[in-house]
Each structure stands twice: as structure tokens, then as C-alpha cells.
Design a protein around this ligand. Structure first.
Ligand code: SDX
Length: 429
């Protein structure tokens, strides 16, 4: 409900624009009525624009706060498993024991993929980036699961969401196995969501796999930390695709595509490569100089954020999880981790980064952690997409359950040619 109005005076109009208060965070001015007066706003990158109302995730960038349905991310990562967090994001409350058991069962009974999808993978070159395969395989699911694609039906929407959450680890592991020419490993229903993923990733049909519980717990936390992040670029891509009525698998594929960019979900892979490129503490100042040089496209990967102008709360949990994994695999504090800690310390004391409020984000330590688990850097964004699928679906369900939602169709500021007549080819100079 509007609490009070903002006044806009433009041309010969004085317009009263409703201001809506948030339960947390800044209020917003509703500009949707401006088009009736042929007045439009422009905001490239949506730096000052709320695209929707949502109840799922709240970020306070200045305080470094991240809440899923009101619960702080560090508490969820420490006290819940990913299935509890997925239930929370989808339905708004943490599950009780019975609700969790039912949700676990619903997910576990959708983990297999249609056998013909295995043939689908064979069309790809072995060495291509697994994100290419994942975005294609996710979109292809829409061609295999016809019985729940009527998005006007809540039960269809929920069934498709269960299928997508259940199958994304299977497809992600298949991408890894295919890239290595190794046999696929089927999911096992007695394993947890995270154990199952590691089983399909590192297991072999030739023997029962023995998933390390410390690594499974670390992967579970990684899923929780990456599960949602309000209206980020890839979530916005899913909402835009969903607003056209596209099927859920096509919408999630749009999210996978948008996430791949190095400025977004591709940063974890880019961050590890950057650390390997820096190589030694003695070269940190050289790379910090490059990061500050406006003529150099190099950015300090894993640093900075559109919203966080403080420490990304996920980075703190990620750093602790990184320590646990390194100790478990006997890597101790590898040179890469020590280099990351040194780079973080130096950057946080550097005026350029302080002035611009650039802090480590979730990607800064996730790459080192996954690397220590034996996962190649090309799979880092695949794992990010696996986790974010639950967040994307939560937003997709939230949008479609609002009967007033409209197709996303932004306007523009046109500065091109005014109308003119075509000149025949022979007459053109
Ligand atoms: C994710 O949106 C989300 O929520 C995303 C995410 C999620 O969970 O969905 O949190 C996941 O994408 C995390 C971010 C991962 N990306 C990286 O780590 C790549 C490195 N970071 C930068 O590319 C950058 O910080 C962005 C893209 C993340 C944010 O860019 P903005 O908000 O558009 O900020 P900006 O580019 O306008 O930066 C402001 C200033 C600029 O300098 P000035 O023009 O003011 O002199 O800070 C500088 C930038 O040049 N800057 C950096 C920098 N990040 C910003 N300079 C060097 N290194 C960096 N990393």
C-alpha cells in the first residue's frame, strides 16, 4: 500500500507518484503510471530500479546482511541442510520433520533423467565448456516432460520445480563425466542431495562409492550459500523469460546462460585462474595496479559487488568452509589459499578498494574450495547454477502465483535516425 506520494513536475504535468514502504530496506516510488502521460524513466543496469515486489531474499549491501525468508545466511548454512533451505525458499517457512521427509522423497523420486538424454550429450565435443552442455540439456528437459507444462496450474508449476531441482545435479554430474569420457553414475536414493551429487561426480559404476561426509557437508553449504540472491542478473533473466509464459525448463536455461558471464557466476572460475596467474605474493602489487588501471580491462575477480558495499556474508562462511576442506584433504593452507588470504588483506587496506567499498564476494573462496575437492574450474559455474536453480524456481513460482504479473517489456530512449525514405541501391553514393 502507498504510504505517501512523491511529486514529479515535468512538461506541464505535476504528478503524484505512490511511495511503497518495504518491511526491510528502502521504499520505492511507483512510476508505472508515468506511461499514461507519455513519460518514461531510464536506468541502465537497473541501479535504482526495483523490477518487482518479492518476499524471498533480502540483502543489506551496506551492512553485509543476507536473509532467506528472514533467516541469516550464516545460521542457515550452519544449522540446516540444503533441502531444508530449498523448502524454505520455495514455500516461505522452514519444514518440520514430516514436511522435510516428504520434500526429500519428492525430490529423490525425480533424480533420474529420460534415458534418451544420454544420447543428447553425445552430440557435444568432449572438450567444450560444460556450461554449454548444461544450458542445452536443461532446455531439452522441456521436450521430455510434457505432462506438467501448463504453467497456469499450480500443481504443474510445482511438479516441474521438483523435477528441475532433482535433475540439475544429475545433469551437472553428467557434464563432468562426459567431459572426461567416464561412465555416468546413476543417482542413489539412500544418499542426501549433496552426497548424491558427489557420488555421481566422483563415483564409478564399477564399485560402491564412499562419499566423504566432510566434503558432502561442505558441498551442502556451498549449495545453500549460492541458492538465491534476490534480483541478480540471472534471476532477472529467469523472471523475464517466465513472464512470457515460456516453460520452466526454458526459463531455467535462460538463467544458466546469464549466470555464465565472468561478471556474474563465472567469477569463481575466473578468480581461481587469476590466483594461479598471480602465482606468488610478490606479484600481488603488480596485479592490484592492473585492477586499478582504467586502461586495463583486468578486474580483481571475486572482489566487488553491485549491492554489497561491505563484506559479502557468504564470503565469511565460504572462507571457513574452505579451511575445513583444505584440512580434510590434507592440503593444509595451500599456497593458493595463503595467496588469497594475503591478496584479500592487501586489497582491504588499499585506498582504491576502500574508497569504492570493494570487498571479497562469495566467489573469492569458492573456487579454492572446489579446487581442493578435486573439481576442475570449468565445473565451478555449473555448481553455482545447480545451487541457484532453487532460487530461480522460487522467483519463477512467486511471479507466476501473482495474477497481476505482466510480460516484461522495458521501453527505451531512442536517439537514432529520424524517419527518412529508402534510396534505391543504384542511387546510393
Ligand atoms: C556475483 O548480483 C548478484 O547478486 C550477483 C551474485 C549472486 O549471488 O547472484 O552475488 C554473484 O555475480 C558476485 C560478483 C562476481 N563478480 C566478480 O567478482 C567480478 C569482479 N567484480 C566486478 O566485475 C564488479 O565488482 C561487479 C560486476 C561485481 C559489480 O560491478 P558494478 O556494481 O557495476 O560496479 P562498478 O563496475 O560500477 O564498480 C564501481 C567502481 C568502478 O571504478 P570507478 O569507475 O568508480 O573508478 O569500482 C571498480 C570499477 O572499476 N571496480 C573494480 C572491481 N569491481 C568494481 N575494480 C577492480 N576490481 C574489481 N573487482
Amino acid at each position: 500500500m502507498a504510504s505517501k506520494n512523491a511529486t514529479l513536475t515535468m512538461h506541464d504535468h505535476t504528478l503524484e507518484l505512490p511511495i511503497y514502504e518495504a518491511t526491510l530496506g528502502p521504499p520505492v516510488v511507483d512510476v508505472s503510471g508515468l506511461s499514461k502521460h507519455d513519460i518514461f524513466t531510464i536506468d541502465p543496469g537497473f541501479m535504482s530500479t526495483a523490477a518487482c515486489e518479492s518476499k524471498i531474499t533480502y540483502i543489506d549491501g551496506d551492512k553485509g546482511v543476507l536473509l532467506y525468508r528472514g533467516y541469516p545466511i550464516d545460521q542457515l548454512a550452519d544449522q540446516c541442510d540444503f533441502m531444508e533451505v530449498a523448502y524454505l525458499l520455495l514455500f516461505g517457512e522452514l519444514p518440520n520433520t514430516d514436511q522435510k521427509a516428504e520434500f526429500d522423497t519428492n525430490i529423490k523420486h525425480h533424480t533420474l533423467v529420460h534415458e534418451q538424454i544420454y544420447n543428447f550429450f553425445n552430440g557435444f565435443l568432449r572438450g567444450i565448456h560444460p556450461m554449454s552442455i548444461l544450458m542445452s540439456a536443461v532446455a531439452a528437459l522441456g521436450g521430455f516432460y510434457h505432462d506438467s507444462l501448463d504453467i497456469s496450474k499450480p500443481e504443474h508449476r510445482l511438479n516441474s520445480a521438483y523435477r528441475m531441482i532433482a535433475k540439475i545435479p544429475t545433469l551437472a554430474a553428467m557434464c563432468y563425466k562426459y567431459s572426461r569420457g567416464e561412465p555416468y553414475v546413476y543417482p542413489r536414493n539412500e544418499l542426501s542431495y549433496s552426497e548424491n551429487f558427489l557420488h555421481m561426480l566422483f563415483g564409478t559404476p564399477a564399485e560402491d562409492s564412499d562419499v566423504n561426509p566432510v566434503l558432502a557437508r561442505a558441498m551442502d553449504k556451498i549449495f545453500t550459500l549460492h541458492a538465491d540472491h534476490e534480483q541478480n542478473a540471472s534471476t532477472s533473466a529467469v523472471r523475464v523469460a517466465g513472464s512470457t509464459g515460456a516453460n520452466p525448463f526454458a526459463c531455467i536455461s535462460a538463467g544458466v546462460s546469464a549466470l555464465w558471464g565472468p561478471a556474474h557466476g563465472g567469477a569463481n572460475e575466473a578468480c581461481l585462474k587469476m590466483l594461479e596467474q598471480i602465482g606468488d605474493e610478490s606479484r600481488i602489487s603488480e596485479y592490484l595496479a592492473k585492477a586499478k588501471d582504467k586502461n586495463d580491462p583486468f578486474r580483481l575477480m571475486g572482489f566487488g559487488h553491485r549491492v554489497y558495499k561491505n563484506y559479502d556474508p557468504r564470503a565469511k562462511v565460504m572462507q571457513a568452509t574452505c579451511h575445513e576442506v583444505l584440512n580434510e584433504v590434507g592440503a593444509g593452507d595451500t599456497p593458493l589459499f595463503k595467496l588469497a588470504m594475503k591478496l584479500e588483506k592487501i586489497a582491504l587496506e588499499d585506498e582504491y578498494f576502500i574508497e569504492r567499498k570493494l570487498y571479497p564476494n562469495v566467489d573469492f573462496y569458492s573456487g579454492i574450495t572446489l579446487n581442493a575437492m578435486g573439481i576442475p574450474s570449468t565445473m565451478f559455474t555449473v555448481i553455482f547454477a545447480l545451487a541457484r536453480t532453487t532460487g530461480w524456481l522460487s522467483h519463477w513460482l512467486e511471479m507466476l502465483s501473482d495474477p497481476s504479473h505482466k510480460i516484461a517489456r522495458p521501453r527505451q530512449l531512442y536517439t537514432g535516425a529520424t524517419e527518412r525514405d529508402v534510396v534505391g541501391l543504384a542511387e546510393r553514393g
